[in-house]
Design a protein around this ligand. Sequence first.
Ligand SMILES: *[C@@H]1O[C@H](CO)[C@@H](O)[C@H](O)[C@H]1NC(C)=O
Ligand SMILES: *[C@@H]1O[C@H](CO)[C@@H](O)[C@H](O)[C@H]1NC(C)=O
Ligand SMILES: *[C@@H]1O[C@H](CO)[C@@H](O)[C@H](O)[C@H]1NC(C)=O
Ligand SMILES: *[C@@H]1O[C@H](CO)[C@@H](O)[C@H](O)[C@H]1NC(C)=O
Ligand SMILES: *[C@@H]1O[C@H](CO)[C@@H](O)[C@H](O)[C@H]1NC(C)=O
Ligand SMILES: *[C@@H]1O[C@H](CO)[C@@H](O)[C@H](O)[C@H]1NC(C)=O
Ligand SMILES: *[C@@H]1O[C@H](CO)[C@@H](O)[C@H](O)[C@H]1NC(C)=O
Ligand SMILES: *[C@@H]1O[C@H](CO)[C@@H](O)[C@H](O)[C@H]1NC(C)=O
Ligand SMILES: *[C@@H]1O[C@H](CO)[C@@H](O)[C@H](O)[C@H]1NC(C)=O
Ligand SMILES: *[C@@H]1O[C@H](CO)[C@@H](O)[C@H](O)[C@H]1NC(C)=O
Ligand SMILES: *[C@@H]1O[C@H](CO)[C@@H](O)[C@H](O)[C@H]1NC(C)=O
Ligand SMILES: *[C@@H]1O[C@H](CO)[C@@H](O)[C@H](O)[C@H]1NC(C)=O
Length: 802
Amino acid sequence: MREMFMGRQLKLMIASAVAILFILLLISTLASAAILVPDEVDALKEIATTLGKKDWNFNRNVDPCSGDMGWINTTAPKDDQNSVFCDCSFQNYTTCHVTSIVLKSQSLPGTLPPELVKLPYLREFDVSRNYLSGGIPPIWGTMQLVNLSIIGNRISGPIPKEIGNISTLANLTLDFNQLSGTIPQELGNLTLLEKLTLTSNNWTGELPEALANLTSLKTFRVADSNLSGSIPNFIQNWKNLEILVIQGSGLHGPIPPGMASLTKLTDLRISDLNSNNDSTFPDLSQANNLKYLIRRSCNITGELPGYLASMTNLKILDLSFNKLSGKIPGTFSTISKTDYIYFTGNNFTGSVPSWIQNTGDNVDISYNNFTVESSINQGCQGAKLNLFASSSKNNSMGIVSCSKSRCSQNWSSLYINCGGKEEKIGDRSYERDTDSGGPTKLYSSGTNWLFSNTGHFINDDQDNDNYIYSNTSRILLDNESQLYMNARVSPLSLTYYGFCLRNENYTVKLHFAEIMFTDNKTYGSLGRRIFDIYIQGNLIWKDFNIADEAGGVNKPIVKPFTATVTDHTLEIRFYWAGKGTTEIPHKGVLGPLISAISVDPDFPVPSEHSLSVGASLSVGAIVGIVLAVLFTISLLLVILWWKGYLGQRKTMAQDLRGLDSQTGSFTLRQISWATNNFDAANKIGEGGFGSVYKGNLADGTIIAVKQLSSKSRQGNREFLNEIGMISALQHPNLVKLYGCCIERDQLLLVYEYMENNSLARALFGPEELRLNLDWSTRHKISVGIARGLAFLHEESRLKIVH
Ligand SMILES: *[C@@H]1O[C@H](CO)[C@@H](O)[C@H](O)[C@H]1NC(C)=O
Ligand SMILES: *[C@@H]1O[C@H](CO)[C@@H](O)[C@H](O)[C@H]1NC(C)=O
Ligand SMILES: *[C@@H]1O[C@H](CO)[C@@H](O)[C@H](O)[C@H]1NC(C)=O
Ligand SMILES: *[C@@H]1O[C@H](CO)[C@@H](O)[C@H](O)[C@H]1NC(C)=O
Ligand SMILES: *[C@@H]1O[C@H](CO)[C@@H](O)[C@H](O)[C@H]1NC(C)=O
Ligand SMILES: *[C@@H]1O[C@H](CO)[C@@H](O)[C@H](O)[C@H]1NC(C)=O
Ligand SMILES: *[C@@H]1O[C@H](CO)[C@@H](O)[C@H](O)[C@H]1NC(C)=O
Ligand SMILES: *[C@@H]1O[C@H](CO)[C@@H](O)[C@H](O)[C@H]1NC(C)=O
Ligand SMILES: *[C@@H]1O[C@H](CO)[C@@H](O)[C@H](O)[C@H]1NC(C)=O
Ligand SMILES: *[C@@H]1O[C@H](CO)[C@@H](O)[C@H](O)[C@H]1NC(C)=O
Ligand SMILES: *[C@@H]1O[C@H](CO)[C@@H](O)[C@H](O)[C@H]1NC(C)=O
Ligand SMILES: *[C@@H]1O[C@H](CO)[C@@H](O)[C@H](O)[C@H]1NC(C)=O
């Protein structure tokens, strides 16, 4: 009985244990109930092989959709870089299908897998930024893809017409590949297409008429290509279009009138149209939501349309390099809040409106035909307004606005280490060019050169633009390798402008090296930088590609050109004409890049002239010499003045008139503006007789202002005559006196500015300011000083004893 009872208890226990086990089993099978269908597991294996994807692990007996394999993740955000997504809701949550494969930025080395068709539920395939080659499999036309992106690979061949059968397709992004052929008209069947981007491929032919049917399009981009024909008027059908980008595409102008129907546009960029016809400014009066309006280099004529004034949402307005004319009305002040305004390279006339002068942040009106009044109270550099050459050469001042107006001498050479520090190579001294640059930047502190940059790095997701690029690897090939360690880059247009050059022929050598890309078989090595080069306004190289010319990246290439200088100026311009990649190796425009510029004379340079000393002596040294002598002269002047040689009958202002014929006169307002109201930051020296300030005149000339301690003295004609005579003294080892200013209590002498401060500081100053001079340089300095003194003592008309 008892045994029987115990036997029954045991049975009960076993039964409940089995039940629990069964429940546990049930729970566990429920938890992993949904599994990827085996066919798709096999398909994934094939796809991995074709793509060259090695880190998918199929060895473990784990379901790919469970997430346990580390590469399939149903919980990750959709923009993940490395994911396979499954939909496990099939057959009452028991079966999974792969719906999305996203493998970005992995430099996968394989080809595009035709096996994708074995994943019938696949809606998204994104292999952006890899190293895939081969063509687009036509069999993909049988799929029901919604998103297809192959951005930034090496895919070649045509777009198979079968792609036109993927009627579900909403986003088709093919940018930055090596696709070619014509755009198939079958794409016109993709009536759900919202986004079609074709940038940086080698397309030929015209855009097919059938694309007119793409009425759902919100984004259309084609840039950096070889299309032909004009921008089709059928784009007027694309009424939902928000983003339209046509840059350096090969398409012709004019911009069709149908553009007026695109009222939802927020981003319109049309540039570098291959056009021989002029076009007028297209009607965009209904496109009130525009944030980006870029119409660069489209041969647009006529005046600015009035409706621009109502485009108050604008962030970028780029109308550079057209033929726009007329005045910029004052009423356009409504757009003054636009982040960047580029009017560079047009034919605008009239005066610069006050809203540009006063509130124009990041406004570039360089290379125009404005009337620049001499009273213009605006800086040419430093401020976020670029006025370089904004008035024509024929204006009342007779000079290119914002360049140096006077030359103390004419040079026979020019060497710039673009983006880098001063470098001495052989007997050539490459000047420093380390200014950080900017979107509307005029830098004018070079000895006889300046640069003017227009443009910022649009869409690069960076807060701070960098206009200098530094080499991370090494270029060892060359004894000039220092020149290639840094380079100046520009997103759009960069002009180096040499002045005070002798009117002769020169050999211009442009030094390049592609230091931004790698060649290590990653997607980063697929970048292409292409830009145009102009010398003296003539296009001398279209579609220049540094890496192609040099035979690879990180290799130097020097291109020599001959240039004729006729009015003492030399202009070298680098321009991005919409060609090349913009998102490879990273987002943002790849504009021109220049490592160094050398300009050598094609003529014999007179050797006894001290200019030849200047050529071989470092600039700093010669500068020091002149400054030393300059201080001597000021000393002498002040002594004369104190000794009362200078009588006191007439007012200075009256006397000044007599001086005009001999030397320049400056107003106190001009000089206080130039020195930022004698800002302590501009003070470059303090002598026994007053302070010396650096200043920038409105025309860009850099000056040194000596402020003689004001003792409310009055001078007279004699004193002014002395200044006049001294200013007439010209010697290469003497600093030029531009003129003076006598107003109220102020007595100011305005000299040519010398970059490296005084010789005393160079030789005897604090260690960190001293120049490192070798003996031959020191010898040349001594000779230079002796020459200067000999001139003062013996040779000049006015004998001055030091
Ligand atoms: C899935 O993605 C989420 C979010 O990115 C992450 O936290 C998680 O670790 C991932 N799981 C696996 C198995 O990779
Ligand atoms: C789906 O499963 C739930 C329980 O998990 C069940 O209640 C339901 O009846 C099932 N539906 C079908 C159609 O099998
Ligand atoms: C297509 O891509 C977009 C953007 O990444 C995403 O929001 C959308 O869900 C994708 N569609 C499908 C069907 O995967
Ligand atoms: C297409 O891509 C955009 C983002 O690029 C996304 O917002 C949109 O949802 C996608 N369309 C579809 C149908 O997935
Ligand atoms: C697809 O495009 C071709 C060529 O444009 C056209 O002839 C054909 O009718 C289209 N098919 C459909 C289903 O729209
Ligand atoms: C583009 O295509 C044209 C003609 O098909 C060919 O001559 C040219 O070399 C191609 N350019 C590139 C960069 O592949
Ligand atoms: C647009 O599509 C319709 C059919 O949907 C077709 O008849 C027409 O030819 C297409 N238009 C063009 C220009 O291909
Ligand atoms: C603009 O038109 C002129 C002729 O009027 C032509 O010479 C020039 O090449 C055109 N510019 C561009 C960028 O196509
Ligand atoms: C510039 O504009 C002026 C006056 O509007 C005109 O006379 C001149 O021909 C224009 N120059 C060019 C190159 O279009
Ligand atoms: C500048 O304007 C003047 C007069 O309006 C005109 O004669 C000249 O051709 C213009 N210069 C340029 C470069 O268009
Ligand atoms: C400059 O070179 C051109 C030919 O390239 C020649 O005609 C001209 O005379 C030269 N000018 C000078 C100043 O040597
Ligand atoms: C390729 O070069 C880039 C830049 O130097 C580097 O970040 C990357 O790791 C390299 N990739 C490979 C696979 O060597």
